[in-house]
Structures are given as structure tokens and as C-alpha cells.
Ligand binder design. Structure first.
Ligand SMILES: *[C@@H]1O[C@H](CO)[C@@H](O)[C@H](O)[C@H]1NC(C)=O
Ligand SMILES: *[C@@H]1O[C@H](CO)[C@@H](O)[C@H](O)[C@H]1NC(C)=O
Ligand SMILES: *[C@@H]1O[C@H](CO)[C@@H](O)[C@H](O)[C@H]1NC(C)=O
Ligand SMILES: *[C@@H]1O[C@H](CO)[C@@H](O)[C@H](O)[C@H]1NC(C)=O
Ligand SMILES: *[C@@H]1O[C@H](CO)[C@@H](O)[C@H](O)[C@H]1NC(C)=O
Ligand SMILES: *[C@@H]1O[C@H](CO)[C@@H](O)[C@H](O)[C@H]1NC(C)=O
Length: 251
């Protein structure tokens, strides 16, 4: 009974622009229409009454040939639009009332990203915004420039390993696991190995060879390394390069 009484509430003004008028718009049930002049143009706004939400165009223009844009605006039951959650569910069904609170839950194998609740506000919107349900499986992994990964399973819990092409070394995590739809670390990068081993490395190695006692030699080596400011990463690849050089000499 309420709806029959509340129907057809419509207020319209048409404001004259120069000498002509914009035609009267067809009424939209359960709405209020407000027209005003903005920078010489007539602008019309539909506002749905309490308990209804707007579907279609909210703001219309009356253009230079005194016509409104073609519109299919409607005010539908429910103060806020019906909630949507693909691959999940929410706590209510049916039209929402102002200040209604709903909670969200994702189906098995999906993880909720965003807020697990939302509330219908006076202005016909939901806040916080609706979450999404994201698959716990990962998207196919990407390849870094000059590198590749091994592994063909991107499902939850799977692992993949990254490798670099010859003459490149990997910076970042080599092993990655699919955890709740995301790879466990950022994509590693492949960096070009510098042609010659760094002189700092050579110096440290010499310091190592100078000593007969292994402990002293290591201490000497570490000291030299510390002074050079070389990172472990740089040291590792300098040594690898040295190894490759020695191998090449033996063949
Ligand atoms: C508007 O409401 C009237 C009366 O309830 C109804 O007859 C009419 O079909 C409605 N119009 C639209 C577009 O829903
Ligand atoms: C005004 O809008 C009508 C309907 O959308 C359109 O047919 C007409 O070409 C428009 N005129 C101008 C001057 O934009
Ligand atoms: C508005 O568009 C609908 C289809 O979207 C069409 O049926 C109707 O005739 C159009 N009305 C005007 C005034 O152009
Ligand atoms: C909204 O309020 C009406 C009456 O007050 C009630 O019947 C309806 O179930 C409410 N809707 C929701 C989604 O709670
Ligand atoms: C919503 O998330 C909070 C923590 O962010 C949690 O404490 C609460 O139980 C969750 N509610 C539901 C219905 O899942
Ligand atoms: C991927 O791994 C999961 C478990 O980690 C396993 O259940 C599934 O069968 C694997 N799929 C393929 C195509 O190998």
C-alpha cells in the first residue's frame, strides 16, 4: 500500500534558456527532478526518494536544440542497489533499507579482498565498497627480461623457480610459491654479469692466499672485503666468473 501512495512523486522546473524552453520530461516514478542553469546550460538531476535507488542516468543536459539527452532513468526498490559478489555470498537478500549492514563471504578456494561488510548510506551508496572474491590460484607467472621460470602448475601451494640466461645473474627470490592467489615475492631481475671480476674481489682473494692458516686467511679475506664495500651478491658473481675462467683454462 505504501508504494502506491509514494508513487509518482515528481517535481520539475524548467528554466528558460534565452527565449525557448526545454520540454517537460516523462516522469520517473519515486523520484524528484531538479533543474538548474549551469554556465548557460540547463542541467537536470533525478534524485530517488528514500527506499529507492537510481538506475540509469542521474544528470541530464538540455542541449542547444532544446532537447534532453535520451534517457531511461528508473528508481528501483531498495534504498541502495542490490549487492553483488561474484564467487561469494552476502548476508541479506531483498531490497536494502538505509543503514542496513551486510557481510560478505567468499566461496571455498576464493579469498576476500576488501572489506567483509558494507552499509547502505543515506546517499544511496554502499560504504565501504564491495569486496571481490579472488581465486586462491595464481595467475601464470611472468618472466623477467633475460630470464625464465620452471614449473607448470600455478595452483595454490605450487612453487616455481626462476633462472637467468648465461652471463646474467638473478637478483631476488629464486623460489616462489603461490599463496592465496599471489606469488610469494616480487618478480626477480636478471642482471648482466660484469665482464671482468672486480679488482676488489681480486684483492680479497690475494689477501686470502697470503695466509697459510685457514682461519687467518678467511679473516684477512673478510677484512679486505669489508674495506672494499662489495656486496655479497657482487662477490658471488665475481667468484662465479673466476670459476668459469679457471674451467675454461683447464679445457
Ligand atoms: C509508475 O507508476 C505507475 C503507478 O504505480 C505505474 O502504472 C507505471 O507503470 C509506473 N511507470 C513505470 C515506468 O514503472
Ligand atoms: C540534442 O539532443 C538530441 C537528443 O539526444 C539530439 O538528437 C540533437 O542532435 C542534440 N542537439 C545538439 C545541438 O547537440
Ligand atoms: C530513447 O532510446 C530508446 C532505446 O534506448 C528508444 O526506444 C526511444 O525511442 C528513444 N527516445 C527518444 C526520445 O529518442
Ligand atoms: C527493509 O524494511 C522493510 C520494512 O521496514 C522490511 O520488510 C525489509 O525486510 C527490510 N529490508 C531489509 C533488506 O532488511
Ligand atoms: C570480518 O573481518 C574481521 C577482521 O577483519 C573479522 O574479525 C570478522 O570476524 C569478519 N566477519 C565476518 C562475518 O567474516
Ligand atoms: C598442481 O598442484 C596441485 C597441488 O599443489 C595438485 O593438486 C594438482 O593436481 C596440480 N596440477 C597439475 C596440472 O599438475
Amino acid at each position: 500500500v505504501f508504494f502506491w501512495c509514494a508513487c509518482c512523486l515528481m517535481v520539475a522546473w524548467w528554466v528558460s534558456a534565452s527565449d525557448e524552453h526545454c520540454p517537460e520530461l516523462p516522469p520517473v516514478n519515486n523520484s524528484i527532478f531538479i533543474a538548474k542553469e549551469v554556465e548557460g546550460q540547463i542541467l537536470g538531476t533525478y534524485v530517488c526518494i528514500k527506499g529507492y535507488h537510481l538506475v540509469g542516468k542521474k544528470i541530464l543536459f538540455c542541449n542547444a536544440s532544446k532537447e534532453w539527452d535520451n534517457t531511461t532513468t528508473e528508481c528501483r526498490l531498495g534504498h541502495c542497489p542490490d549487492p553483488v559478489l561474484v564467487n561469494g555470498e552476502f548476508s541479506t537478500s531483498g531490497p536494502a533499507n538505509v543503514s542496513d549492514k551486510i557481510t560478505f563471504k567468499c566461496n571455498d578456494h576464493y579469498i576476500l579482498k576488501g572489506s567483509n561488510w558494507s552499509q547502505c548510506l543515506e546517499d544511496h551508496t554502499w560504504a565501504p565498497p564491495f569486496p571481490i572474491c579472488k581465486s586462491r590460484d595464481c595467475d601464470p607467472a611472468g618472466n623477467p627480461a633475460h630470464g625464465y621460470f620452471e614449473g607448470d602448475n600455478f595452483t595454490l601451494g605450487s612453487t616455481i623457480s626462476y633462472y637467468c640466461e648465461d652471463r646474467y645473474y638473478l637478483v631476488g627470490m629464486q623460489e616462489q610459491q603461490c599463496v592465496d592467489g599471489e606469488w610469494s615475492s616480487a618478480l626477480p631481475v636478471c642482471k648482466l654479469i660484469q665482464e671482468a671480476p672486480k679488482p676488489e674481489c681480486e684483492k680479497a682473494l690475494l689477501a686470502f692466499q697470503e695466509r697459510k692458516d685457514l682461519c687467518e686467511a678467511i679473516e684477512n679475506f673478510m677484512q679486505q672485503l669489508k674495506e672494499s664495500g662489495m656486496t655479497m651478491e657482487e662477490l658471488k658473481y665475481s667468484l662465479e666468473l673466476k670459476k668459469a675462467e679457471l674451467k675454461a683454462k683447464l679445457l
